[in-house]
Design a protein around this ligand. Structure first.
Ligand SMILES: *Cc1c(COP(=O)(O)O)cnc(C)c1O
Length: 390
């Protein structure tokens, strides 16, 4: 049997070696704390779970779903964009339901890029942006995110030759893995650049509802004329503690939304309608107070990690959004050496920055989606492991 040559384009999976070491430690009976994965530890709100129970019992929901998302889901996402961002969307023409935004991000790439095209991605980034571009046979242009530029890319640095062939530009703020945020004028510049060069601006706002100290992230679609050139991914996963449910939407430019919908209707059959009904209940439930409560929890955890890093001597600004802390490795250690060191010496898993791109080398990511007491314990162990390095 022979797998497709295309598969060889996938970069080696960096967590593999780490997984092996974690298993080794657990086999020896060690209590390993995982701060590697970003997956909310708190439950989905009860009224959403109840909406699913009711919706699951309705026979009409047992049949194939509407492939592009139910009219009710697309109405609810439009209502939410209007309420939250002041952005008006035509539900049927400018929104499409997704089996989580990961699915939509992957398939949009297949709809928009192929051999001869360039996909411009931030580096480090959510790996799906580049793995799918490579599989689709497109070229990838890496835009470094550097601390001295607050982890915003320098859009002016992209060569004309790349801009000519580019079909997509990915931006992701609030940012995974760096925790950085983008000011409104960054989106203005991105919209201007993409309009000038006829590039689809792809905005991933998976963390838009997470904010500390009163911060509320904007949508790229708030910029005038953004819909001429931009599509945005809004996911229920992170804000509503619904990663397991697989529900999100892509909204904005109708040509791109339509291309994504057409591709999808040829390869999947949509999301279980009962899950779509639950998403409608979530979006229509006036969720701001739930977000605020959730954000207080993440902020408490953020402060625990920041205090601990400060005691170690690591000076970084506290992020205003996301549930990630992005910080440099101990002097002289690569990302992968450092994460292996912390598993071995502290029995704590932190994600190696290099798995998000070459510009993530020399960095580590801690996720705050871990029980608060366990997080405190993990940071105490990390601090002790730093002491042993001296
Ligand atoms: C978690 C995450 C996603 C995926 O979200 P789903 O809707 O659960 O597929 C997309 N983009 C970024 C940047 C993420 O961190």
């Amino acid at each position: 049997m022979k797998v497709s040559a295309r598969m060889e384009k996938l970069p080696p999976y960096l967590f593999l070696e780490l997984d092996r070491i974690i298993e080794q430690q657990q086999a020896k009976g060690h209590d390993v704390i995982n701060l590697g994965i970003g997956d909310p530890d708190q439950p989905t709100p009860e009224h959403i779970v109840n909406a699913l129970k009711e919706a699951a019992a309705r026979p009409a929901n047992h049949r194939y779903p509407n492939y592009l998302g139910s009219p009710e889901l697309r109405q609810a996402i439009s209502y939410w964009y209007d309420t939250r961002f002041g952005v008006s969307l035509e539900p049927l023409a400018e929104t499409v339901g997704l089996i989580g935004s990961k699915e939509g991000i992957a398939h949009l790439t297949w709809a928009m890029a192929g051999p001869g095209d360039v996909v411009i991605i931030p580096d480090p980034c959510y790996p799906v942006y580049f793995t799918q571009a490579l599989l689709a046979g497109a070229e990838v242009y890496h835009l470094p995110l550097k601390p001295e530029n607050n982890f915003l890319p320098n859009l002016g640095s992209i060569p004309d030759e790349v801009l000519r062939r580019a079909t997509m530009l990915w931006v992701n703020y609030p940012n995974n893995p760096t925790g950085a945020i983008a000011p409104r004028d960054f989106y203005e510049d991105a919209v201007k650049l993409c309009r000038r060069h006829d590039i689809l601006l792809c905005s991933d706002i998976a963390y838009a509802e997470i904010g500390f100290e009163g911060y509320h992230a904007p949508s790229a679609l708030e910029i005038p004329h953004a819909k001429d050139i931009a599509i945005e991914f809004y996911s229920l996963s992170k804000p509503f503690n619904m990663t397991g449910w697989r529900i999100a939407a892509a909204v904005g430019n109708r040509l791109a939304v339509n291309a994504l919908g057409t591709l999808k209707s040829n390869l999947d059959s949509g999301v279980f309608t009962a899950v779509q009904d639950s998403a409608v209940a979530a979006l229509n439930s006036d969720p701001l107070s739930f977000f605020a409560q959730q954000n207080r929890l993440y902020e408490t955890r953020r402060d625990i990690v920041m205090t601990s890093l400060k005691q170690i001597g690591i000076k970084i600004p506290a992020p205003l959004s996301t549930f990630y802390i992005w910080f440099p490795t101990p002097t002289g250690m690569s990302s992968s050496q450092a994460s292996q060191y912390f598993v071995q010496e502290a029995k704590v898993v932190v994600a190696p920055g290099s798995s998000y791109g070459d510009w993530g080398e020399g960095w580590l990511r801690i996720s705050l989606t871990c029980d608060t007491k366990r997080l405190e314990e993990a940071m105490a162990r990390i601090q002790a492991a730093y002491q042993r390095l001296k």
